[in-house]
Design a protein around this ligand. Structure first.
Ligand code: ADE
Length: 237
């Protein structure tokens, strides 16, 4: 997968050199490039923001540096089609990111992330980019971050681990929270007794059927308690 990121803080993405994603980059599974938006601002102060038309608090990111940066990635003459790269702008005004979206995005050959700061990016950048590529605004959740960088880090981690060939044991992906619509069951390892706390006996029984049943019950109970909004209709009550 090819990933391009545009940001005024490229250093945020240095952490993508460690752990699984770092290995995926070394092996060539992920080809990632981080672009500094300020390289496309040509005044003396390399200005990327200005006051909003119509008034109001805060600053808005100027369209010119964004246009030049995205042209350099997508091609100035690119025309949007079903095969275009997908450009994602993290925004609290976007569709909410979830495991289903992560799975969809893990199948994309090329993703471009445009990290806004301040009060956002001039709307014409989204409108123009939509003529060159596919565009989605994506929110990490119902809260406001200072900019898109941390949201992009989270999305890349969630997407990256689903890319075929990334995780050593693909089964470990199937049994985790959100993959089957429920939260995951509690896990235990050795020792069987720790600070007088016992591992649930069923897990030591060797009875796989009973273990599966117990785990499923735990998933349902936990989901009902913590995230009742996720419970499928047949498990409600
Ligand atoms: N930028 C600021 N807040 C955000 C959020 N909640 N999700 C994605 N990008 C953001």
């Amino acid at each position: 997968m090819k990933i391009d990121i545009v940001s005024i803080f490229p250093e945020y993405f240095d952490v993508l050199n460690v752990s699984l994603l770092g290995k995926a980059r070394q092996s060539g599974l992920i080809d990632m490039n981080v672009h500094n938006l300020r390289d496309h601002a040509h005044d003396r102060h390399r200005t990327v923001d200005d006051t909003p038309y119509g008034g109001g608090a805060g600053m808005v990111m100027k369209p010119e540096p964004w246009g030049e940066a995205l042209d350099s990635i997508l091609g100035a003459d690119a025309v949007a089609s079903d095969d275009s790269p997908l450009v994602i702008f993290p925004s609290p005004a976007g569709e909410v990111f979830d495991q289903k979206m992560a799975r969809e995005l893990s199948l994309e050959p090329a993703l471009v992330f445009g990290c806004g700061r301040y009060e956002g990016i001039d709307q014409r950048v989204f409108d123009h980019t939509a003529t060159q590529a596919r565009v989605r605004l994506v929110s990490l959740g119902d809260y406001v971050l200072n900019g898109g960088e941390v949201a992009v880090l989270a999305m890349i981690e969630a997407i990256g681990r689903l890319i075929p060939g990334m995780v050593g044991n693909p089964e470990s992906l199937v049994e985790e929270s959100h993959e089957d619509g429920l939260l995951e069951y509690p896990s235990y390892t050795k020792p069987a007794t720790w600070r007088e706390r016992e591992v649930p006996p069923v897990l030591l029984s060797g009875n796989h059927g009973a273990v599966d049943k117990w785990r499923h019950e735990q998933q349902v109970e936990r989901t009902r308690r913590v995230r009742p909004d996720l419970l499928p209709p047949d498990l409600t009550n």
